[in-house]
Design a protein around this ligand. Structure first.
Ligand SMILES: *Cc1c(COP(=O)(O)O)cnc(C)c1O
Length: 380
């Protein structure tokens, strides 16, 4: 294969952090605000409580509890729910490790269920089959910024008197037909890590919910279990969001809707470029208008994926695989009973994520798309 001409082919980045330099003044303003406030304590910090209020209002829920990561958001939620120990939580295996680790950390058992072939989201039919008297919760993941079928799953949860918690880590701003992602579950957990849409040079997570008592428990748990000053009702842990992280996230929240619209347009452009290629299938929701894509995930013939990745790397196009090793095959979950998840296994062999961020212009998307098509043709 010919070497790319680095002078005429600028490399693109996967996450687009270099474009954040355009907002340098705003990021620095956040730092100055926190410095000048002279309030560095995370507990009771006005930046944190204001971010919580702004996030809850933006989403349309009564409460938001800011924590140190999306992983902690999930783990603290299951701890606060205090579901019967050993109960099963139905969740997909095509997700990040934190989804199921949170379940185990709360003394519960993940029950991995397959995704549906059309959009790789948790399959309500497979969930129905997996519900037993031991099932205590359903934990759908809105994968790749596409909405999981939470309306159907919420109906199942209601019918079987179990709770639904949403893992919204990848999908802040996505919508189902009935409303924003994160408004159907008893609690919805978001990540504000650097790879996610609502992020900054920071780590963080948010739990959105309507139950005031559960919100109080979560606020105590993130603060070493203290419900009042130095009165520790629970063991808890230190999972506070810091003042600077909150200031950064307040700034980013102010332009999130605009950026999500731009991302949606880029996803549509990718889909248009790939429309005439029978070997490439973008993973798309029922209607694009409802997604909040965080990467452009496509499916390839499974013999081609790794060759295509290498060819794209040579062309200066970074890619990622979400996820090559699904959770039912991860060493840390090896003690769980074996399950058969054919759609998940097939996806693990065939998915490829392409860069998708607001810094990509139409010509970047066109160039990446054409390189992908060429690499797939050569590899097939
Ligand atoms: C990123 C992510 C998490 C964890 O969030 P962190 O902020 O990285 O701890 C959980 N679930 C999913 C699906 C994720 O993508």
């Amino acid at each position: 294969m010919a070497e790319p001409d680095r002078d005429t082919t600028p490399a693109v980045s996967f996450y687009g952090w270099e474009h954040e330099k355009e907002h340098r003044e705003e990021w620095l303003r956040c730092l100055v605000d926190v410095l000048d406030s002279e309030q560095w304590l995370s507990h009771g910090n006005p930046q944190v409580s204001t971010f919580e209020r702004e996030f809850a209002d933006w989403l349309g829920r009564d409460h938001a509890v800011a924590v140190s990561s999306g992983s902690e958001a999930l783990a603290l939620t299951f701890e606060a729910l205090a579901l019967p120990p050993g109960g099963e939580v139905i969740t997909p295996a095509l997700t990040f490790q934190a989804t199921a680790a949170a379940v185990i950390r709360a003394g519960l058992t993940p029950r991995f269920v397959d995704v549906r072939p059309a959009d790789l989201q948790l399959d309500p039919a497979a969930v129905t089959d997996a519900i037993t008297p031991r099932t205590v919760a359903i934990l759908p993941v809105h994968l790749y910024g596409l909405p999981a079928p939470v309306d159907e799953l919420a109906r199942l949860a209601e019918e079987f008197h179990i709770v639904m918690v949403e893992d919204c880590a990848q999908a802040v701003g996505a919508r189902t037909r009935s409303g924003p992602v994160g408004t159907r579950g008893v609690a919805a957990c978001f990540s504000c890590g650097p790879t996610k849409q609502l992020s900054g040079p920071a780590e963080g997570g948010v739990i959105a919910l309507d139950d005031a008592a559960l919100a109080d428990t979560l606020r105590a748990l993130r603060h070493n279990g203290a419900a009042a000053s130095f009165r520790h009702e629970h063991l808890g842990r230190n999972a506070m969001m810091g003042a600077l992280d909150a200031a950064f996230l307040r700034h980013r929240l102010g332009r999130l809707d605009r950026e999500n619209t731009a991302r949606r347009r880029i996803a549509e452009r990718y889909a248009a470029v790939f429309a005439d290629d029978p070997l490439i299938s973008p993973v798309v929701p029922d209607q694009w208008a409802h997604a909040s894509p965080s990467k452009a995930t496509i499916r390839l013939p499974h013999t081609a994926r790794d060759t295509v990745r290498t060819a794209l790397e040579h062309a200066g196009i970074p890619t990622a695989v979400h996820y090559a090793v699904p959770l039912h095959r991860q060493p840390c979950f090896a003690d769980l009973p074996p399950v058969s998840l054919p759609v998940t296994d097939e996806a693990a062999r065939t998915v490829l994520s392409l860069p998708l961020h607001a810094g990509l212009g139409p010509s970047d998307v066109g160039r990446i798309g054409e390189e992908v098509k060429r690499a797939v043709k050569e590899a097939a």
